[in-house]
Design a protein around this ligand. Structure first.
Ligand SMILES: O=C(O)CCC(=O)C(=O)O
Length: 260
């Protein structure tokens, strides 16, 4: 997949892209079929919501599943990232699904990803890209991400906070969020399953609690240039330690049989 000039301009202006139909229903089914097994595992890469309830993040999926090992090298993720960054050597910094369980999935406070990548992980520059695939239909009800278009070009103040009562997460004070939202507005990143979202490290975003009965599974791959790698050690599932560049596989890689 190659992004058009219009898409590249849009990404530069707004800080994000929403691309419906990037992955077929058949491919989404292959990705979804792995999730129950991964969710059933009792391991630190399955982080629970505060209070120990539903699963908040399923992490390091490419080290736990051949399907997700293929997905991090999928050309419809890797090639646009290479194109945007003008860079061939990108490593998989974080690989997860946020399932945001029906009724029980808590939201994610206002933040930019770079704040945490920089302060917690020691990533030097805001170059990483977050590539999401919607594994469910995502609408206004089940906790879509909400972006503040154009916020990636602003200076945004930060405060240290904690995500899900466990992880260090750098968030944005409410007065700063209010000023940016009043000026720039908000866009909710909705779409049918198979939609691809691409957004940069400096984009201000949030997502609300899922108070519907319907879970909202979203896959997320963060790709970062090898030359911009983290300089601090955090848990490997929060920031992967393997800095080998991902090389794209064939376009039909998700539909090829798995080794027995
Ligand atoms: O899954 C969500 O709702 C939020 C995810 C998010 O904020 C992120 O990937 O940076």
């Amino acid at each position: 997949m190659t992004l058009t000039e219009t898409q590249l301009q849009q990404l530069d202006r707004d800080g994000f892209l929403v691309i419906p139909g990037a992955f077929s229903n058949e491919e989404v089914e292959v990705l979804r079929a792995e999730v129950p097994r991964l969710m059933a595992e009792d391991r630190p890469e399955n982080q629970r919501e505060a209070g120990g309830g539903a699963i908040r993040n399923l992490l390091s999926l490419h080290r736990r599943s051949e399907v997700y090992a293929r997905l991090v090298r999928h050309p419809r993720l890797v090639r646009p990232a290479m194109q945007i960054l003008g860079e061939r050597d990108l490593y998989a910094q974080q690989v997860k699904i946020n399932p945001k369980a029906g009724f029980d999935g808590i939201g994610f406070d206002w933040h930019t990803d770079f704040a945490t990548h920089h302060k917690r992980d020691g990533v030097p520059r805001p170059l990483a890209l977050n590539l999401h695939i919607l594994l469910d239909d995502v609408d206004e009800f089940n906790g879509p991400l909400i972006f503040v278009p154009g916020s990636h070009k602003r200076e945004i103040p930060l405060q240290r906070s904690v995500d899900g009562e466990k992880w260090e997460l750098w968030t944005v004070p409410r007065e700063a969020v209010a000023a940016l939202v009043r000026e720039l507005g908000m866009v909710s990143a909705k779409g049918p399953r198979g939609t691809l979202l691409i957004f940069g490290d400096n984009l201000l975003h949030v997502s609300a609690q899922n108070i519907t009965p319907y879970s909202r599974w979203i896959f997320s791959l963060i790709l970062n240039p090898v030359a911009n790698a983290a300089t601090k050690d955090v848990a490997a599932y929060a920031h992967e330690r393997d800095r080998s560049p991902v090389r794209p596989l064939a376009d039909d890689c998700l539909l090829q049989p798995l080794a027995a």
